[in-house]
Design a protein around this ligand. Structure first.
Ligand code: ADP
Ligand code: MG
Length: 714
């Protein structure tokens, strides 16, 4: 039915009780599953498929597979088994090739009695298990074959039961697979044609994909010549087509955002190396090739008339800060100001220390805006900022607050982007007139993915660590092996190194077996009588935190006992030991970030992961991953595997539309194709202004559901 015909109703507006077989009760159940409209239900795809195209013989049955066969009942009745004398119901069936036992452990006896009588033929559907030589099927699905019926006829006559590949849906209480199938069969017949996607046919043709209606129908009811393996692995053309369709609209939105950025006028900076050259001379090291390359990309952006929107991705310790500093100096050289935003007070403080020390030597002015500032101090900073007396302002979210006004903001830098949303980036942009934006992240994800997650950002990767870095040697110790770790720690202290000891939380509840960092700091004095021990946790006053961190940097503290406040970015290169208590309670990304605090200089560094008395299997896997890998990319992959993509990526936070079917990870190849095509489309249909683009534009906004913030598009 064409979209402009008067009887057409959009499938997201059709309530599910319009589907044959759906009454009020069922409607309620479906709504509880999150299925409200016909569109929702059509996108509710099978979890997997069952091959019921043909019956097998009993000798052909394979274990651990769902099998369908027709056989005669030889024995049926209740029996008692084992030492417990537990009652079970057993039916033994046979055909010309053999016999097999069917067992029920939970059942209503009368119901089964009525169902099974010796001599009757039934169709059995279930997973075959083997116990030694004995093969059994537990709680199979069965269908009586009426006397005189040829089983081959059954295959033809019962299209919802046999003779085809059947969909298996997620079950909900009180609904059988058969009932769901019947409803979805009606649904697809009645409504699949209502699904319309204005996606240009030329792209489908190029990618050899199906139009949306056909793809959805096929996904629910695949034709008999489909490959079951492809269906089950989500590689059938039906699913690929649906995924591509979703990605196309995702990428089209991103393409338009990008056009919006390109359209805007920003600063066209001149690069005369007024400050970067002297800085380069002062640096105690040479930039790595990767840093140099990324810096070149940044310079190119900064010199262009359109505002820079760039993401620097680099593993912990890859040296993102110095690259950001160089970019800042270019902006300052052009008489504009720079804002540096960090996710935590400690990190902001540290950035301030680093930026300030270099800027001071170059005769430039740097200030720190932190939440704990006294009113008068704060006022002072804000005044200077507004008057243009401050070249670079470092701070936390505080920088984004109202009242923080720059004279002329030329560059905004956001560190550890994964801690911020897209919104914060927008706010920072509003603080100037199209300032350049540089964001930095240590979360390593595949390239296409990050281009999508970070939408309109161009990507630079620092894929190289500074020379001489050795992998951090990582060990997992059980809680009662702590002494081993302490011995090694003492050795490092003796040779003049410093250490971090990290605890998950401060002040746990009484019942918890968790060691509080405060208590632990006390206890450690006995173990390391000669060492200066400092304490750092989230509930300390800001000034105390800063003081402690400075003391650690100055080596007045040997062991810093800390909670995860030190997780991101802290950089003290003489610290070579990281000991993490209750390491099993941390996620992989966190562990990697924490471990990244050591191994930042040329010296050998160590990380000891001490596990709790008890920990889960997932935790054990995480610790093992840490012991075996130092590469952030590999760790991210393992993380993904253990946690699953949804939680790992947090697409919501990234401000992207939700997908019904597509997975940003699993479907990377389709994502790349859709990106190429959508960008091509956007290029050829600038701003979708022409009438031909009306349908596509409407659909684009519908899919993004308000998240596509494109001020420039009418
Ligand atoms: P991250 O990418 O995790 O933010 P940092 O920017 O904090 O990493 O850099 C980590 C450490 O490496 C810092 O001590 C920094 O001074 C040092 N560093 C940065 N670049 C180089 C380089 N090219 N050669 C040697 N050391 C470097
Ligand atoms: Mg950093």
């Amino acid at each position: 039915m064409p979209a402009d015909s008067p009887t057409f109703i959009a499938p997201d507006k059709i309530i599910l009780d319009q589907v044959a077989g759906v009454g009020p009760k069922l409607l309620d159940k479906l709504q509880k599953m999150g299925l409200n409209s016909v569109e929702d239900a059509l996108y509710h795809l099978p979890l997997r498929y069952e091959d019921r195209r043909q019956f097998r013989t009993i000798s052909q049955l394979q274990t651990s597979r769902l099998e369908v066969f027709c056989a005669e009942i030889l024995v049926a009745g209740e029996i008692q088994t084992g030492r417990s004398r537990r009652r079970i119901y057993e039916v033994i069936v046979g055909d010309e090739t053999g016999r097999i036992s069917l067992k029920w452990f939970h059942y209503r006896k009368n119901w089964l009695h009525k169902r099974f009588s010796v001599g009757q033929r039934i169709v059995v559907i279930g997973e075959v298990r083997s116990f030694g030589p004995q093969r059994e099927i537990h709680h199979p699905e069965t269908e009586p074959v009426p006397a005189g019926t040829d089983p081959a006829d059954l295959l033809r006559k019962e299209p919802l039961k046999f003779g085809r590949i059947l969909p298996v849906y997620q079950l909900t209480e009180g609904l059988t697979q058969y009932r769901i199938r019947k409803i979805w069969f009606n649904l697809v017949n009645q409504f699949a044609e209502y699904l319309q996607s204005p996606l240009p046919a030329s792209y489908l043709c190029k990618r050899q994909l199906l139009p949306l209606q056909q793809a959805v129908s096929r996904c629910h009811w695949p034709p008999n010549d489909s490959s079951l393996a492809e269906l089950d692995q989500g590689q059938d053309i039906s699913r690929s087509s649906i995924v591509y369709d979703e990605f196309f609209f995702l990428e089209l939105g991103l393409a338009l955002k990008r056009q919006g950025v390109e359209l805007a006028r920003g600063f066209a900076f001149k690069v005369e190396h007024r400050y970067t050259k002297p800085l380069n001379k002062m640096l105690p090291f040479q930039l790595t090739d990767a840093q140099r390359r990324v810096l070149k990309e940044i310079k190119h952006d900064m010199m262009a008339a359109t505002p820079m929107h760039r993401l620097i991705q680099g593993d912990v310790g890859s040296g993102k800060t110095i690259v950001a500093l160089m970019a800042a100096l270019i902006a300052i050289e052009n008489q504009t100001q720079v804002a540096v935003v960090a996710p935590t007070e400690i990190l902001a403080e540290q950035h301030f220390v680093i930026f300030n020390s270099w800027l001071k030597r170059l005769g430039l002015r740097c200030a720190l805006l932190r939440s704990g500032l006294q009113a008068s101090e704060k006022k002072h900073v804000l005044q200077d900022l507004h008057a243009g007396k401050i070249d670079l302002l470092v701070g936390t979210h505080a920088v984004l607050q109202e009242g923080v006004e720059f004279k002329k903001l030329g560059l905004g830098i956001i560190d550890e982007q994964h801690r911020f949303g897209v919104r914060q980036r927008g706010i920072l942009k509003q603080k100037g007139e199209n300032p350049d934006i540089l964001v930095m992240t240590a979360t390593p994800i595949p390239r296409t993915l990050s281009m999508t997650l970070y939408g309109d950002l161009a990507l630079s990767v620092i894929d190289q660590l500074p020379p001489g870095r050795k992998p951090v040697q990582t060990f997992h110790y059980q809680h009662d092996q702590r002494a081993l770790a302490y011995n090694l720690l003492q050795k490092q202290l003796t040779s003049g190194r410093q250490a971090y000891i990290v605890y998950p939380l401060v002040e746990e509840t009484e019942k918890s077996d968790l060691l509080a960092a405060t208590e632990a700091a006390e206890a450690l004095k006995d173990h390391f009588p000669a060492a200066q021990i400092g304490l750092l946790h989230g509930r300390m006053k800001q000034a105390e935190k800063v003081q402690t961190m400075q003391a650690f940097r100055d080596h007045q503290i040997d062991i810093l006992v800390a909670t995860t406040v030190i997780e991101v970015g802290v950089d003290v290169s003489n610290a070579t030991i990281m000991l993490i208590e209750h390491a099993d309670r941390f996620g992989l990304a966190q562990l990697h970030q924490l471990r990244g605090r050591v191994g930042r200089g040329r010296d050998e560094s160590f990380c000891f992961l001490i596990s709790s008395q008890q920990y889960s299997e997932d935790a054990r896997r995480r610790l093992e991953v840490m012991v075996q890998n130092n590469d952030g990319f590999k760790i991210a992959e393992a993380d993904l595997e253990i946690r699953g993509p949804g939680e790992f990526l947090g697409t919501r936070q990234a401000g992207l539309p939700d997908f019904r079917v597509a997975s940003l990870l699993r479907d990377v190849r389709l994502l790349e194709q859709a990106r190429e095509d959508a960008f091509d489309y956007a290029q050829n249909n600038y701003y979708l202004k022409s009438d031909d683009c009306r349908a596509i534009k409407t659909e684009l906004f519908r899919r993004w559901g308000g998240r596509l913030d494109l001020a420039t598009i009418g």
